[in-house]
Design a protein around this ligand. Structure first.
Ligand code: KG4
Ligand code: ZN
Length: 342
C-alpha cells in the first residue's frame, strides 16, 4: 500500500462473466481478468442461471488470483475488496459476494458492496480522467435501460427506464428470431453493417408517463410480425436489412431521449455505458447527435462496456472515499435499486 494510492480488488459475477480486477484510484486499471461463459450458454440460446453459478464457483479463485498476479500485487497490498452485490442473478451474485467476504475477512480489508449499474456508469472514469459528475448517464445493458442524472459520484436521479424489455434483451430476442443466435447484440451489430437501415420502417415506441421512459417490446413484436407475415406470403427476408432496420429504431429512440433530457435539464455532458453501448451504430449516432447539440460525449471502450470487474473497482473507489463500508452480513440483492446502499 502506498500513502497516496488506493488499490481496490474488485469482483463481478452478476451474470455470465466471472471477472476480477485491481483498480488504482478509481481510474487506473492494473489488471482486468474476464472469464466469459458465453460459449457455455450459447447452446441454450441464453444464460442458464444454474450453469452460470456453477461455472463462477469453479473459476472465481483462479480469476481473482490472476487479477492479483497481473497487477503484481499481493492481498496485503490491497486497500479494499469490492464486489457486485446486485442487481443480477442471485446464485451468480452469491458466488462473488461470498468470495469477496472471505477474502476481505481473511486479509482484514474493508468490504464494499457495489451496485452493478453504478459500476457500468463508472467504467467511463477509466479512460476519461476529466469526467466528473454532474452529467447525464445512459445505461443500456442486457438487464437494464436507464437514463439518469449522475448528480454526484454515487448519487443518481432516475429520469427514465424501460417499462418492459431492456435494450440488450430486445437485441437478443430479435437476433434469436432471425436465427443469428446468442448473444444477439454483437451478431446484430455485425449483420447490420451489411444491411440497409431504411429497408423496413419500424414504428417508434411511445410510452405514456415519463417522457424519458423506454419501451422495446412493441418493437420486438413488430419484428416478429414482419417475420410471420413474410413467411405467410412466402416472401424472402433479408436478415441484414432486418437487423439494420431494427437497430436503427433502437438507436434513434436512445439518442432522442438522451438529447431531449440533456436539453430539458441544461446538462452539457453525456456518458453512455453497459453492454449495448458497445454497439457500433449506437456509438457513432450518439457521438454525432451529441456533437451537433454541443454536448460532450463519453463512452468506454467496448471491453469496459460489457460486464467486467474494473468498472466495479472504479465505482468502489468513490464509495471508499466517502467512508462507506459493507458489513460482514452483506448479501446478494437481485433487484437492488440504484443508489441504494447495503
Ligand atoms: O452489460 P452487459 O454485459 O450485461 C448486463 O449487465 O446485462 O450487457 C449484455 C448485453 C446483451 O444483451 C448483449 O446482447 C448486449 O449487451 N450487447 C450488444 C453488443 N454487445 C453486447 N448489443 C448491441 N450491440 C453490441 N455490439
Ligand atoms: Zn452488466
Amino acid at each position: 500500500m502506498s500513502a497516496q494510492n488506493i488499490d481496490i480488488l474488485a469482483i463481478e459475477t452478476s451474470c455470465d462473466e466471472t471477472a476480477a480486477a485491481v483498480v488504482r484510484n478509481g481510474r487506473e486499471v492494473l489488471s482486468n481478468v474476464i472469464y466469459t461463459q458465453i460459449a457455455l450458454h450459447t447452446v441454450y440460446g441464453g444464460v442458464v442461471p444454474e450453469i452460470a453459478s456453477r461455472k463462477h464457483i469453479e473459476k472465481i479463485n483462479y480469476v481473482v488470483q490472476k487479477a492479483l498476479d497481473d497487477a503484481e500485487m499481493t492481498l496485503d497490498e490491497i486497500d479494499a475488496v469490492a464486489v457486485t452485490a446486485g442487481p443480477g442473478l442471485v446464485g451468480a451474485l452469491l458466488v462473488g459476494v461470498a468470495e469477496a467476504k472471505a477474502i476481505a475477512w481473511a486479509a482484514k480489508k474493508p468490504l464494499i458492496g457495489v451496485h452493478h449499474i453504478e459500476g457500468h456508469i463508472s467504467a467511463n472514469y477509466i479512460e476519461h480522467p476529466e469526467l466528473e459528475p454532474p452529467y447525464l448517464g445512459l445505461i443500456v445493458s442486457g438487464g437494464h435501460t436507464h437514463l439518469v442524472v449522475v448528480k454526484d459520484w454515487s448519487e443518481f436521479e432516475i429520469l427514465g427506464r424501460t417499462v418492459d424489455d431492456a435494450a440488450g434483451e430486445a437485441f437478443d430476442k430479435v437476433a434469436r428470431a432471425i436465427g443469428l443466435g446468442y448473444p444477439g447484440g454483437p451478431k446484430i451489430d455485425k449483420a447490420a453493417k451489411e444491411g440497409n437501415p431504411d429497408a423496413i420502417h419500424f414504428p417508434k415506441a411511445k410510452v405514456s408517463g415519463s417522457a424519458y421512459d423506454f419501451s422495446f417490446s412493441g418493437l420486438k413484436s413488430a419484428v416478429l410480425n414482419y417475420l410471420n407475415h413474410a413467411e405467410m406470403v412466402h416472401e424472402e427476408v433479408n436478415p441484414a436489412d432486418l437487423a439494420a432496420s431494427f437497430q436503427k429504431a433502437v438507436v434513434e429512440v436512445l439518442c432522442d431521449h438522451t438529447v431531449s433530457a440533456a436539453r430539458d435539464l441544461g446538462i452539457r455532458k453525456v456518458a453512455m455505458a453497459g453492454g449495448v453501448s458497445a454497439n457500433s451504430a449506437l456509438r457513432a449516432a450518439m457521438q454525432k447527435t451529441c456533437s451537433e447539440n454541443g454536448l460532450d460525449f463519453y463512452v468506454p471502450s467496448p471491453v469496459y462496456c460489457t460486464d467486467n470487474a474494473a468498472m466495479i473497482g472504479a465505482a468502489a473507489y468513490h464509495e471508499y472515499l466517502s467512508g462507506y463500508r459493507s458489513g460482514w452480513d452483506l448479501n446478494a440483492v437481485p433487484n437492488l435499486r440504484l443508489g441504494e446502499h447495503l
